[in-house]
Structure formats: structure tokens, C-alpha cells
Design a protein around this ligand. Structure first.
Ligand code: BDR
Ligand code: CA
Length: 316
């Protein structure tokens, strides 16, 4: 199996991602690290421990990470994820506590201890990852790839142009993008398209297995119908980034220069993706070759990822 570490802000769709990751036989989830984002970091730790227990994976080490971004204040998304950050479903409290080292220390340890290079899957503000890269730069030698949920080529969600995870801690995202390892950006352009049909959501909600009922309720919480959309479906969200690790052929990527806007004002937190053709002699293309190239997901096979996620979480 592929050794992976998930960095999350659980989070309704982070929960859907965790459930899939721990049930996929091709993934070895070596640790889960928590960061403030959708809710405060203690809420994220609690939600993450609960989800792993519900999923039958209560032995995976979980660490508490940064409680606020590098420069920005904490700006949670409780309007999207509920007061508890998990859809206010009244899930049980976890029976265990996080490990007694911080997220950066656990990340360093697990990356360097892995016999095979690790794939990192951040699906939250990138504060922990930036702190890791600046504190222990030697970890890059045992990182295979970073597949992160964040950014947008086209339209944002936190602002007209900025996606939440990058907008929440733009400086941290800028550190990630210059990490010097292969990076895949699973941004809003694909993230928002992977929707589970209503019949599947209803089947999960009616399941006799608590973890599947939880997944069904979480998907129902993400139903765009609650915001007036007539199509009753639930978005897989962050779980799509994990699908992209096990089934990279389900997305179409292009290696493109990506830069985070750090300037104050309306573009702050935007991922500026340069999709201009490679310059011809008569054209001016400032900066085109100076940015590191990121494999940016531009298309996704929606049915393929929905089927993959359902097959893995529901089992044979
Ligand atoms: C991202 O922000 C969070 O609300 C979601 O969990 C996802 O990681 C989407 O912008
Ligand atoms: Ca998230």
C-alpha cells in the first residue's frame, strides 16, 4: 500500500475523506494531523478522533497542530460545517486523546521513519505543512508527492477568487508550493463537481452500520439543495483528493505555474494559475518560467470517483 499522512480540519468532507482513506486497501494511513480551519483545532482533534473510531481505525496516531494561521487570524467556517465543525450530528465524543507530541513532530517522525517515500494529503489550511517544511526541511527527501485540496483556477469560495484553505493561510500555501517536491493541486474546479446521487446518500443514511449512517448524514449535510439547488446530492469534497492519490487517472492534470497572491486586498489568497501558452518570440510573458510547476487538476471523471468512494466505504 501507498504510505500516506493526512493533514485535515475535520470538517464534514474531511470526515468523508478519512473514512475512505482508512478503508482503502491500497493506502497505509500512517498518521493524521489536525489544524485549525473549519473549526478550532481542539474541535478538529475531537472530530478526527471520533471519525477514526467510527471507521474502526482508532489506532492511527492523531496529533494536534497549529491553532491559528501564520499571519492571519483564525476564521472558521462554522456556517458551512456546523457549530461543532461536523454538521452538528450529535456524534459520540472520542474515547482516546491525541498523541503527546505536536503535529509537526509527528509528521517529521512518520515521514522519516517510513520505509517508502510518503504521500502527504493536506486538505485544510496549510499551516502545519509550512511549519514542517521550515522546521525540518530534511523531510522532503522522503516525500513522494503532496496532493493537496486547495486553490482554484477559476472561481473561489471564501472570496470571489480565493479558495478557503489557501485564503485562510496564504503564506503557508506559498511555502507549500515552493516545497521542491512533486505537487498535485486538487482545487475547487474539480472539488465542487464530485457529487454523490441522492439515492446513494439515502441508502447510506439507512445503513445498519454506524460509520455508513454517519457518512450518509454528512453527505446530506453537504446537499446543495439546502441552499436552494434543486438537485439533491452531496459533495465528496476533500475525499476527492484521496481518490486522486489512489486513482490519479480519474483526473486530468496539467503542469502549470501556480503562485499565491499575498498582497492585501481583493486577490489575497488567490492561486494565480498561468494557463497561457508557452511564449512565442513576439509575446511578453512575464514570470512564466519562474514559478514552480504544479500538476493542476482541470477535469475529473465524476462517476468514476463517486463509484470508487462508494465501493470502498461500503465494502463488497
Ligand atoms: C475546503 O475548505 C473546507 O471547508 C473544506 O473542508 C475543504 O477542505 C474547501 O474550500
Ligand atoms: Ca478540509
Amino acid at each position: 500500500p501507498i504510505p500516506v499522512i493526512i493533514d485535515c480540519d475535520t470538517g464534514v468532507d474531511d470526515a468523508l475523506a478519512l473514512l475512505f482513506a482508512v478503508r482503502h486497501p491500497g493506502l497505509d494511513v500512517r498518521a493524521v494531523t489536525c489544524v485549525a480551519g473549519n473549526t478550532d483545532v481542539d474541535g478538529v482533534v475531537r472530530n478526527t478522533l471520533t471519525v477514526l473510531e467510527q471507521a474502526g481505525a482508532g489506532d492511527i496516531p492523531v496529533a494536534r497542530g497549529a491553532e491559528r494561521p501564520l499571519l492571519e487570524p483564525l476564521r472558521t467556517a462554522q456556517h458551512v460545517h456546523g457549530r461543532d465543525g461536523m454538521g452538528d450530528l450529535g456524534l459520540p465524543a472520542p474515547t482516546r486523546v491525541p498523541v503527546d507530541v505536536d503535529a509537526v513532530t509527528l509528521l517529521r517522525h512518520e515521514i522519516l521513519a517510513s520505509p517508502r517515500p510518503v504521500t502527504l494529503i493536506p486538505m485544510a489550511p496549510l499551516t502545519n505543512i509550512a511549519l514542517l517544511l521550515r522546521t525540518y526541511p530534511e523531510v522532503v527527501r522522503n516525500i513522494e508527492r503532496i496532493v493537496f485540496m486547495g486553490g482554484a483556477v477559476a472561481v473561489g469560495n471564501a472570496t470571489p477568487v480565493a479558495e478557503f484553505n489557501v485564503w485562510h493561510d496564504p503564506e503557508a500555501a506559498a511555502v507549500l508550493l515552493t516545497a521542491g517536491v512533486p505537487i498535485t493541486m486538487y482545487g475547487l474546479d474539480v472539488f465542487q463537481r464530485v457529487l454523490v446521487p441522492a439515492a446513494d446518500v439515502q441508502r447510506l443514511r439507512a445503513s445498519s452500520e454506524p460509520a455508513l449512517r454517519m457518512a450518509g448524514e454528512l453527505l446530506a449535510h453537504r446537499d446543495p439543495a439546502t441552499s436552494g439547488d434543486p438537485t439533491p446530492t452531496g459533495g465528496l469534497g476533500d475525499a476527492g483528493a484521496v481518490c486522486a492519490v489512489v486513482d490519479p487517472e480519474g483526473i486530468t492534470t496539467e503542469p502549470l505555474p501556480v503562485e499565491v497572491s499575498l498582497a492585501p486586498g481583493p486577490t489575497r489568497g488567490q492561486t494565480v494559475v498561468d494557463r497561457r501558452p508557452v511564449p512565442g518570440e513576439s509575446e511578453i510573458h512575464e514570470g512564466r518560467r519562474e514559478q514552480p510547476l504544479v500538476d493542476v487538476a482541470l477535469e475529473v471523471d465524476v462517476e468514476r470517483y463517486v463509484k470508487l468512494w462508494l465501493t470502498v466505504v461500503e465494502g463488497p
